[in-house]
Ligand binder design. Structure first.
Ligand code: C5P
Length: 340
């Protein structure tokens, strides 16, 4: 039997930290091409059948060794994000440290481009980015399967933020099955005026509006969306898009109807609420059409800002050092207002 060679043990987390002073990870926003919501479960969650798609709008988290856990947030909606242990990225670092038996001695700098409470899973992206960044920084090398399990404990959308792509989500959204898709979809996102929508409040509104229909047996099928994704034809995909949370989001934020209608009048192939809202997503036939629609929609004054994105995008990924932006730089967001 071979004896263990103690000269070749893995480097300790601290020696790895010394070699790699900081790690930056980029994680994507998501939209839901299909979102069927089942009845509430005993644990307070709802069974879902959803087709997630990661899109090219990212938050970045930089993890740097520190004496203790510290968080800073800058960029889109930063003032709405807690910088204490309620922060999902902070909870991700604490969960990973506990699992791996290391000190959560890290400073997390979160650079936000994904709006907060917008139905785009920005908090989940930050958590996924923090998991990957701390795993690399501390040399804990948990592996994808263990990271996915930790992610599922943090939130229903966090596992998807790790994988990215186009993926079928079941359970409460955390059970993932990859979906084959061809080509890329070109979207326009319209960020809503005012505060975001609370996800639990929108789920509660789904239940309230369903009333007696709450006996609703199981979430509906996503097969037609999955088949359309194989075609690389946005005109096939458009009629299959659907979101059971639409009625509830519109009930809580009726002004979104104007935004959806404006996009359709401007020839979007389809208009939908992203997740629990209030972001609206518009499918277009090409990158050029997306730019045209974004400009026209921005001029309508029916949203705070517009953004063109493509999907599917990759999941949480370490950013090579040469691409890490300097301090204070944040991405521009096109204004969607005519009057300012
Ligand atoms: O999992 P996550 O922390 O993102 O969920 C936030 C809230 O959204 C939950 O506490 C629950 O109220 C609601 N939710 C739900 N069913 C799901 C996912 C989330 O009711 N499948």
């Amino acid at each position: 039997m071979r004896r263990p060679n103690h000269d070749q043990v893995s480097p300790s987390p601290s020696s790895l930290a010394a070699r790699e002073p900081s790690v930056t990870v980029r994680a994507p926003a998501k939209i839901n091409l299909h979102l069927s919501v089942g009845p509430p479960r005993e644990d307070g969650f709802h069974d879902l059948r959803t087709v997630y798609q990661a899109v090219s709008l990212h938050d970045e988290v930089t993890a740097t060794p520190a004496d203790k856990l510290a968080i800073s947030v800058e960029g889109e909606g930063a003032s709405f994000v807690p910088v204490d242990r309620r922060n999902l990225a902070a909870r991700a670092a604490l969960a990973l440290a506990e699992r791996a038996g290391v000190e959560p001695a890290v400073r997390l700098r979160i650079r936000k481009r994904i709006p907060v409470a917008a139905g785009l899973a920005g908090g989940s992206a930050d958590a996924a980015a923090a998991l990957v960044a701390c795993d690399r920084l501390w040399g804990t090398a948990l592996g994808q399967r263990e990271l996915l399990a930790l992610a599922a404990e943090l939130g229903s959308d966090v596992p998807f933020a790790l994988t990215g792509g186009s993926v079928l989500g079941t359970g409460r959204g955390e059970v993932l099955t990859p979906v084959l898709s061809r080509g890329h979809q070109h979207w326009v996102l319209a960020f809503a005026d005012g505060r975001g929508l609370s996800t639990p409040a929108v789920y509660a509104e789904v239940d309230r509006l369903r009333g007696d229909e709450l006996a609703h047996p199981v979430p509906g099928s996503a097969d037609s969306v999955i088949a359309a994704l194989l075609s690389d034809d946005p005109t096939r995909l458009a009629p299959e898009l659907g979101n059971d949370m639409t009625r509830a989001a519109l009930s809580l934020r009726p002004a979104l109807r104007r935004t959806l209608d404006a996009g359709l009048e401007l020839d979007a192939l389809a208009a939908m609420i992203s997740g629990s809202g209030p972001t609206c997503a518009f499918l277009t036939s090409s990158a050029d059409e997306a730019v045209k629609l974004a400009a026209a929609l921005g001029a309508e004054g029916v949203c705070r800002a517009v953004r063109t994105v493509t999907g599917p995008a990759e999941g949480a990924k370490v950013v090579p050092l040469a691409e890490v932006p300097g301090p204070g730089s944040t991405a521009p967001t096109a204004s969607g207002r005519r009057d300012h």
